[in-house]
Ligand binder design. Structure first.
Ligand code: MN
Length: 718
C-alpha cells in the first residue's frame, strides 16, 4: 500500500502551501475506518481510496478534493457518519463526500442505452459541485483499472456503465485522457477480440514500417529546429477504442496511418504554435479538408489546438496537433483545470473554461443563475432545475418535469399503468399520489384493475401525456354514464306521448339527427346536448303537445313594480324562480337585474340602497320555465342517476345540464340544471328525489352560471 509520503510529495510540487496535516489526518482517518476491509483482489480496501486520491492529485486538484477522495467510501462502506466527517473535516469536505456517496448509491443496474443521456444528466444534477463528479470519475477510473478482480458478469456491467455514462461525461468535461482511458478499459472487457485485432495490427505496422513514430518525431523536430523553436514533440499510437470507433463510423478498415498515429507539438506560446504550423506545412503538403484551427475557434469545453494532416514521410499521412502548454493542460484535464494549482497558487490559465460557461454550453437554457461568481468556488450544477429523474424498480430512468407526481411517473411508463394506479411507494415508503418526486428517487406504482382515472388527478399531473390520457379515459367513462342516463331520459320522454324507446326508434332518430349510432343519441341525451323534447320532435313532429314548458326569458315577463317600458332580467348569480321573494337592482347601463332576496350578492350592493326596486312576480300561472340548479350527492350505483333523471322528467321538468364532481368509488356529486315552473314545482321535485334511498343530499345551488368557474376552482368537473 502506498504510504502517505508518496501521496503528499507530488502535492508539494504544485501546491506547497496545502495543509498537509489535514491531508494526513484524512489519510489516517480513512485507513482506520476501512481497517479489516478487503477488495475483491484481496488487497486492503484502503488501497482504493489512496489510488483515487492519487488520480485527483495528478489532476492537480485542491486539498478538499484530495481529502474527499481519501474519505469517499467511508460513509457508504464503514460505520463513520457524515456528521462525524463534518466534525472532523468541516462542512465543505462533508458535502463533497455526501455528493459522492449519493452518486455511488444510484442504482445503475440494468442500464439501457436509451436512458444513458438521462443518467448522465442525473449525475450532473445530483452532483451540486463539479468536484463531486471529478472524484466520482477518479473512483471509476481506479475501479476500471482493477476490474479484473471481479466476476465476469460484474466486469461487463461496470464496463457498460463506464462506456455509456462515465466516459462520455469525462469527454463533456473536456477531460480527454480520462475519457480515453475509461473507454479503453471498458473496451478491453466488452470487446476483447476487436481490441486484440487492433493491437495485433499495431504490432504488424510497427514491424512493417520499422517503428515509424520516432522517425516522424525526428523529422518534425528537425524542421522546428530550423525555425529555432523551443517545442515539445510527442507521438503516439491512438487508443484502440478510438480507432475502433472511427472504423465503425466510417465503416472501413484501418489502413491510413493518420487514423492510427497522432503527433503533437506543444509550444511555449501562441505565436510559436503558428510558426510551428507554418514549418510543418512548408515541409510537408497539407491534406485538403483536414485543417482545423481551434485556437481561433475554440470548442465550447475550452479546447484549443491546431489540427492538420500532412503527407509525411513516403507520402504517408500523419495527423499533427499543435498547441501551447496552457492549451494542452486544458485539452487533457478540461474543466478540472479550473481547480489546478501550481506553486501553491491556483493556476491562472487563460484558456481554462469557466465552469459556469461550461455548464451553459453543456446544456444551454437549463441554468438560471444571474451571478457567475457564485460558481467560482462551488460550482452549483442546477442546470436541470426544471427536470427530475426517477427510477423504476427495474432501474430505468424516467425523466419528468419538476413537480411531476407518481401519477405522471405511472403514465410515463405506460398508459395502462397510469390508468390503474392506486398508490405509490417512493424509496420504500408509501406516499400519496400527489407527492412531488425528487431527483434519484426510486418509484414503484401500486395498481388495481378496479381503478379508473379520477377527475381529481388532472390537477395532480404536470405532463401532457398524463393529462391527455386522463381526459380521454374520463370522457370514455362519461360516455358510458351518459348512455345510461340517456336511456332513462329517452324512456321517460317517449312514455309521456305513449311511445317506447325501442332500438328501432333510436336508430331512426340517429339517422335523422345525422348521428352515427343509437348510442350517440343516448349519449347526447345523457349529456343533455339533446333534450327529451327534441328527441320527440325528431321522431314524432306532430306529437309535440306543449307538455313541457316553453322557455321564455324573464325579459318577457311583466314584473309587478316595473315602470312602463322598463325591462328586467334575472340575475345569473341566484337564478330566482317564481314563488321566491325578489328584488330589482337598477344598475346604470346594465338595466334592472332581479335577484332573490337572500342572494349573497345583495350584501355587496347595500351601499346603493336607493337602487333597490321592490318587485313581484306576475300573477297567474305563467307558462314559462325557469332554470335552477340542484346539487345532489348520490350513491354510485347502477341505475341511480337514471332513476333521478326519470323522476325529474316524470314531474314535467327539463334537464338542461349535468356536471359530475367528486366521483368516488362509493358516492358522487352532481350539479344538475333543470327548468321548473316555480318554487312549488321545485320543492315537489326535490322532495321526490330526497325520498330515494340512494340519495344522501339534495340542495338547491344558487351558483347557476357561475358553475363552470366553481367547477374549475373548487371541484373538478368531468
Ligand atoms: Mn470508491
Amino acid at each position: 500500500m502506498i504510504g502517505i509520503k508518496e501521496l503528499i510529495d507530488p502535492i508539494k510540487t504544485y501546491n506547497p502551501k496545502a495543509d498537509f496535516d489535514a491531508i494526513i489526518r484524512a489519510y489516517e482517518y480513512g485507513l482506520k475506518a476501512h481497517e479489516g476491509q478487503f477488495r475483491a483482489s484481496g488487497e486492503p480496501y484502503f488501497v482504493h481510496p489512496i489510488e483515487v486520491a492519487r488520480i485527483v492529485v495528478e489532476l492537480k486538484l485542491d486539498e478538499s478534493t484530495i481529502k474527499t477522495a481519501l474519505l469517499h467510501d467511508t460513509v457508504e462502506d464503514t460505520n463513520r457518519s457524515l456528521r462525524h466527517i463534518e466534525i472532523s473535516f468541516g462542512s465543505e469536505v462533508a458535502q463533497l463526500v455526501d455528493g459522492v456517496t449519493k452518486l455511488t448509491n444510484l442504482q445503475l443496474s440494468s442500464l439501457e442505452t436509451k436512458h444513458a443521456e438521462n443518467f448522465r444528466k442525473l449525475f450532473v444534477a445530483m452532483s451540486k459541485d463539479l468536484r463531486v463528479l471529478l472524484v466520482k470519475l477518479s473512483d471509476r477510473l481506479h475501479n476500471m483499472r482493477t476490474i479484473r478482480a471481479l466476476p465476469v458478469d460484474k466486469q461487463v456491467r461496470k464496463s457498460r456503465e463506464t462506456m455509456e455514462i462515465f466516459a462520455p461525461l469525462a469527454g463533456r468535461m473536456g477531460m480527454q485522457s480520462m475519457r480515453e482511458e475509461l473507454e479503453d478499459l471498458s473496451f478491453r472487457v466488452l470487446n476483447p477480440e476487436a481490441r486484440n485485432s487492433i493491437i495485433r495490427r499495431f504490432l504488424t505496422l510497427r514491424k512493417e514500417t520499422d517503428d515509424l513514430i520516432p522517425k516522424i518525431m525526428n523529422d518534425i523536430n528537425q524542421q522546428l529546429g530550423k525555425e529555432k523553436l523551443n517545442a515539445r514533440v510527442t507521438g503516439r499510437e491512438k487508443k484502440p477504442y478510438s480507432i475502433w470507433r472511427k472504423m465503425q463510423d466510417k465503416k472501413e478498415g484501418f489502413t491510413r496511418l493518420s487514423d492510427i498515429f497522432g503527433f503533437r507539438i506543444v509550444t511555449e506560446n501562441e505565436t510559436d504554435a503558428y510558426i510551428a504550423m507554418g514549418a510543418v506545412h512548408r515541409r510537408w503538403r497539407a491534406v485538403p479538408g483536414r485543417f482545423k484551427d481551434y485556437i481561433s475557434h475554440p470548442k465550447s469545453n475550452g479546447y484549443r489546438s491546431i489540427h492538420t494532416t500532412v503527407s509525411g514521410r513516403d507520402g504517408k499521412r500523419v495527423e499533427v496537433q499543435i498547441r501551447t502548454n496552457q492549451m494542452h493542460e486544458v485539452a487533457e484535464s478540461g474543466v478540472a483545470a479550473h481547480w489546478s494549482y501550481r506553486d501553491g497558487e491556483r493556476v491562472e490559465n487563460p484558456f481554462v473554461v469557466d465552469p459556469f460557461k461550461w455548464l451553459r454550453s453543456l446544456n444551454d437554457g437549463f441554468i438560471h443563475s444571474e451571478n457567475p461568481s457564485d460558481f467560482f468556488e462551488h460550482v452549483k450544477l442546477e442546470m436541470f432545475q426544471d427536470q427530475v429523474f426517477c427510477f423504476t424498480p427495474k432501474g430505468e430512468v424516467i425523466k419528468l418535469p419538476r413537480g411531476g407526481t407518481p401519477i405522471d411517473f405511472a403514465y410515463a411508463i405506460h398508459t395502462r399503468i397510469g390508468d390503474s394506479c392506486v398508490g405509490s411507494i417512493v424509496d420504500g415508503q408509501r406516499v400519496p399520489l400527489w407527492s412531488k418526486l425528487k431527483n434519484g428517487q426510486s418509484v414503484s406504482i401500486i395498481r388495481s384493475d378496479a381503478q379508473k382515472p379520477q377527475s381529481s388527478w388532472e390537477s395532480m399531473v404536470v405532463t401532457g401525456r398524463a393529462k391527455s390520457a386522463i381526459r380521454r379515459k374520463l370522457r370514455e367513462e362519461h360516455r358510458v354514464e351518459s348512455i345510461k342516463i340517456g336511456k332513462e331520459i329517452a324512456r321517460v320522454s317517449l312514455h309521456k306521448i305513449g311511445k317506447k324507446a325501442t332500438e328501432k326508434a333510436l336508430n331512426t332518430a340517429a339517422r335523422k339527427l345525422a348521428m352515427s349510432s343509437s348510442d350517440d343519441v343516448l349519449a347526447a341525451l345523457g349529456s343533455v346536448e339533446l333534450t327529451g323534447d327534441e328527441l320527440i320532435k325528431t321522431l314524432y313532429p306532430k306529437k309535440v303537445t306543449g307538455l313541457s314548458l316553453p322557455f321564455l326569458g324573464a325579459r318577457h315577463m311583466t314584473f309587478i313594480g316595473l315602470e312602463p317600458g322598463q325591462e328586467a332580467k334575472k340575475a345569473s348569480c341566484c337564478m330566482p324562480i317564481p314563488g321566491e321573494r325578489i328584488v330589482g337592482i337598477a344598475v346604470r347601463k346594465e338595466g334592472i337585474t332581479i335577484h332573490a332576496i337572500d342572494c349573497d350578492h345583495l350584501e355587496d350592493l347595500d351601499d346603493n340602497y336607493e337602487h333597490w326596486i321592490d318587485l313581484r312576480w306576475p300573477e297567474g300561472e305563467a307558462q314559462t320555465s325557469h332554470p335552477t340548479c340542484l346539487t345532489i350527492s348520490m350513491y354510485n350505483g347502477v341505475g341511480v342517476l337514471g332513476r333521478i333523471c326519470s323522476l325529474i322528467g316524470e314531474r314535467g321538468a327539463n334537464i338542461t345540464n349535468i356536471d359530475f364532481f367528486d366521483r368516488k368509488p362509493d358516492f358522487y356529486k352532481i350539479i344538475i340544471e333543470i327548468h321548473v315552473k316555480d318554487l312549488k314545482h321545485l320543492s315537489d321535485i326535490m322532495t321526490s328525489i330526497e325520498a330515494d334511498s340512494d340519495i344522501s343530499v339534495v340542495v338547491r345551488t344558487r351558483e347557476g352560471s357561475g358553475r363552470a368557474e366553481l367547477g374549475e376552482n373548487n371541484l373538478s368537473p368531468i
